[in-house]
Write a protein that binds this ligand. Structure first.
Ligand code: PEP
Ligand code: MG
Length: 326
């Protein structure tokens, strides 16, 4: 079985009609990286909060720089998209407790780091320091809900970059890492033209996007039956994002769990997404699936998928297709 999985992983993610799909991994620990680096096309989401969670204090700039450098080195030649600290909600640092009645609607992700520029600046400096040695870094901002947040974060990023160039650049010219945003708060979907002016790429966080579109706590078992990325509202939002990405010529990927779920991945292919990022343990099965479907055939299902009136109808349509393929 393991041999079969390994063999599958070595194959290219190409559909039967010859379309290459970019398969990236979500990572957060250097050990995740070790397994996937040779078989994934890069890291679509590096959750930087994971190393923060494993400590009993904020890591120093040098500690962060060393850990980011290790990841960039292990993915040499492939892009690593590092997300700035995304704590709050369900991700709590033991040494920085946040007590709130409604944590998923509270002080999460970019909101917390913009209120603590010293934490944000230190992290950005560490990332940029690593980027002077490795040219495969891109940086992504979590939980963006307004342009002001992007502007404020960009001003801090500019400052961090200028400081690092001055302190460590030794007069050489460096390519600055690209900046992107996560699309996971519904308000971001309604400011895509402005976001397209400010950043170089988008990545859809389908976990939070589903949670916020459906007003369903992603971790509450009592309502888990209505939490689904195959809800028509999520499917139609994803279609809108993909079309806007084409209109503004902004690369877009999906890095939520949906991309690593077989039916979710099929839905994304139907909608035209060609860059999917997932946990490394889902990589083999998604590769297996991609190598057995025709993208042209899948994209013919788009209007039926968009017309499906319920989560059940979406799932049935996708399942029927998968079953037809055997
Ligand atoms: C998401 O929200 O889909 C996502 C990838 O980020 P996280 O799961 O870390 O919130
Ligand atoms: Mg998220």
């Amino acid at each position: 079985m393991n041999a079969q999985i390994n063999q599958e992983l070595q194959q290219a993610a190409v559909t039967i009609d010859g379309h290459s799909i970019e398969l990236l991994v979500n990572a957060g620990l250097s050990t995740d990286a070790g397994r996937a680096e040779s078989v994934a096309d890069g890291v679509g989401l590096y959750r930087t909060e994971v190393p923060f969670l494993l400590q009993n204090r904020f890591p120093s700039e040098t500690e962060q720089y060393q850990s980011y450098s290790r990841i960039l080195a292990s993915y040499h030649g492939k892009t690593v998209c590092m997300r700035t600290l995304d704590i709050g909600g369900d991700k709590q640092l033991p040494y920085f407790p946040i007590h709130e009645e409604n944590p998923f609607l509270g002080w999460r992700g970019i909101r917390m780091t913009l209120d603590h520029p010293e934490i944000f600046l230190l992290q950005c400096r560490a990332m940029y320091r690593a980027a002077l040695e490795y040219s495969n870094l891109s940086i992504m901002l979590p939980m963006i809900s307004s342009i002001q947040e992007v502007e404020q974060a960009s001003a801090l990023l500019d400052r961090a970059w200028n400081e690092i160039i001055e302190e460590f650049g030794s007069g050489k010219v460096f390519q600055r890492p690209a900046l992107g945003v996560m699309l996971e708060v519904p308000s971001a979907l309604l400011i895509l033209p402005e976001l397209a002016e400010h950043v170089a790429f988008w990545s859809v966080g389908s976990n939070d996007l589903t949670q916020y579109l459906l007003a369903v706590d992603r971790n509450n078992k009592r309502v888990s039956n209505i939490y689904s990325s195959c809800h028509p509202a999520v499917i139609r939002s994803l279609d809108f994002i993909r079309r806007e990405s084409q209109r503004f010529n902004i690369p877009v990927s999906v890095c939520g769990e949906m991309a690593g779920d077989p039916l979710g991945a099929i839905a994304l292919l139907v909608l035209g997404y060609q860059r999917l990022s997932m946990s490394s343990f889902n990589l083999a099965r998604i590769k297996y699936l991609i190598r057995r479907v025709s993208l042209t055939e899948l994209q013919c299902l788009r209007s039926r998928l968009l017309a499906a009136p319920s989560t059940d109808a979406v799932n049935t349509l996708l399942l029927d297709y998968v079953e037809q393929q055997g």
